[in-house]
Ligand binder design. Structure first.
Ligand code: ADP
Ligand code: MG
Length: 438
């Protein structure tokens, strides 16, 4: 089960287990973080743009220099507002920078949405007279760096995983708004560009390298029309989800697991996954935006006696009945969701309509689970789709969940942007509810 792909002919098999020559220690900079500039600074110093008519944050400035090269992360650098308490969903919103065409067009985004990162609010215009203000855990403008997004969205979940809690990070939004850039950007040669998957692995591997008893394995799956495909072994079929009746643990026994040695190795594996995803989608005549990509990182830590010395516990909990070291397992799911846009059925061919039905099914079912969590319901309806079945043990309960919604910077995406923001707001309710109880 924990072996590399068995078929040597597959694209993946040949390259996955190449031992990498670069050690992870060499690629991670452990220097202390320079002082973070608050996002408000970035906004207030930027030149006013023509779209700032309604005041607030302009959204199509040129990329600012708030990228920084520092990738060293120490757990203590987390600000208290970044902590996710189990059972809550952290919800952030990010707007993509304008592309060339949007810069030329006069569809003015600021007429529709105003981002207020300093107060973590987003103002959405409802009609000619009214706008409504929505709170998020983080609001990222088009100049927010990948590093800042990682720290605000993913780091608390990754730290939970390193402490033994399962976690999920998801990107939700219309196609073309930056989901893949945010979570899946590889950025092998440009560290500033790296997305959440790579940065999460950097942190997890850094933690693993300081303890020989930690193992890091990944699987990389695509979920298309309720079928699970293994992006690391495309020849595999009939991959099914297993749920342990007793522990509730979800597993995908057929999925290829690759033990990741260092970041270079991860780059190779991710690249293989991307290539296979592209090939599979070409073969099925579809776009990658029509499927969900799911990276699962399994972290196992052998808890030995030594590690427990000095703790107050009289009998180390980590030891099994016979004094055999126990293993603490946790996993992190990073999900690049299918595009949330609704397909206009008129004039659309049958295959696209079928695809759309499945995307609808899974995103609607995800929305229902989020709503159930928001209402504090003890029953989270995860059975309706494979997406939510996969998420079942990494969502709610003691698990930590972070959702980033992405929007496009033009008023021409009015309907989709509004619907994306509403999806994010329903997830925010969870936070609000708990806040009220405090
Ligand atoms: P999605 O996955 O939601 O369909 P992509 O991540 O593919 O969207 O983004 C669409 C395009 O916009 C890509 O060319 C991507 O590189 C670019 N892009 C998205 N977000 C950013 C960003 N924050 N900075 C720079 N380029 C971005
Ligand atoms: Mg994408």
């Amino acid at each position: 089960q924990h072996l590399p792909p068995s078929n040597p002919a597959s694209l993946s098999s040949s390259s996955l287990n190449l031992p990498s020559k670069t050690s992870i220690a060499a690629s991670i900079n452990h220097s202390p973080r320079p002082k973070e500039r608050p996002s408000s600074t970035a906004s207030s110093v930027s030149a006013a743009s023509p779209s700032t008519r309604r005041s607030g944050t302009p959204v199509h400035r040129s990329q600012s220099k708030d990228f920084d090269e520092d990738n060293g992360i120490s757990p203590s650098s987390l600000s208290p507002s970044c902590i996710i308490h189990p059972g809550r969903v952290r919800v952030s919103v990010r707007v993509r920078p304008r592309n060339g065409e949007e810069l030329k067009s006069d569809a003015d985004f600021a007429d529709l949405v105003e981002l207020q990162p300093e107060i973590k609010r987003l103002k959405l215009r409802k009609n000619n007279w009214n706008s409504e203000s929505y709170r998020f855990d983080e609001v990222f403008t088009d100049t927010a760096s990948q590093k800042r997004v990682y720290e605000g969205v993913a780091k608390p979940v990754v730290e939970g995983v390193l402490s033994g809690y399962n976690g999920t990070i998801m990107a939700y939004g219309q196609t073309g708004t930056g989901k893949t850039y945010t979570v899946g950007k590889i950025g092998k040669d440009d560290a500033a560009e790296r997305g959440i998957m790579v940065r999460a692995l950097e942190d997890i591997l850094a933690s693993a390298s300081s303890a020989s008893s930690v193992s890091v394995e990944i699987s990389y799956l695509q979920l298309y029309m309720e079928t699970i495909q293994d992006l690391l072994a495309p020849e595999k079929s009939n991959i099914s989800i297993n749920e342990d009746g007793k522990t509730g643990e979800v597993s995908v026994p057929g999925a290829t697991l690759v033990n990741i040695q260092d970041l270079d190795h991860f780059f190779q594996v991710l690249q293989v996954g991307e290539t296979n995803r592209h090939a599979a989608n070409t073969k099925m005549n579809t776009e990658s935006s029509r499927s969900h990509a799911i990276l699962t990182v399994y972290v196992r830590r052998a808890m030995n006696e030594k590690a427990e010395t000095g703790t107050k516990s009289p009998k180390p909990e980590s030891l099994g009945d016979k004094g055999i070291p126990r293993v603490r397992k946790s996993k992190l799911l990073i999900v690049d969701l299918a595009g949330s846009e609704r397909i206009n059925k008129s004039g659309t061919d049958g295959h696209l309509i079928e695809e759309a039905k499945f995307i609808n099914l899974s995103l609607t079912s995800l929305g229902k689970c989020i709503n159930a969590l928001a209402e504090g319901s003890s029953h989270i309806p995860t059975r309706d789709s494979k997406l939510t079945r996969l998420l079942r043990d990494s969502f709610g309960g003691s698990a930590r969940t972070s959702l980033i919604i992405t929007i496009g910077p033009s008023a021409r995406y009015h309907a989709e942007t509004t619907s994306t923001i509403m999806f994010g707001q329903r997830a925010m309710k969870i936070v609000n509810m708990v806040k009220l109880k405090e």
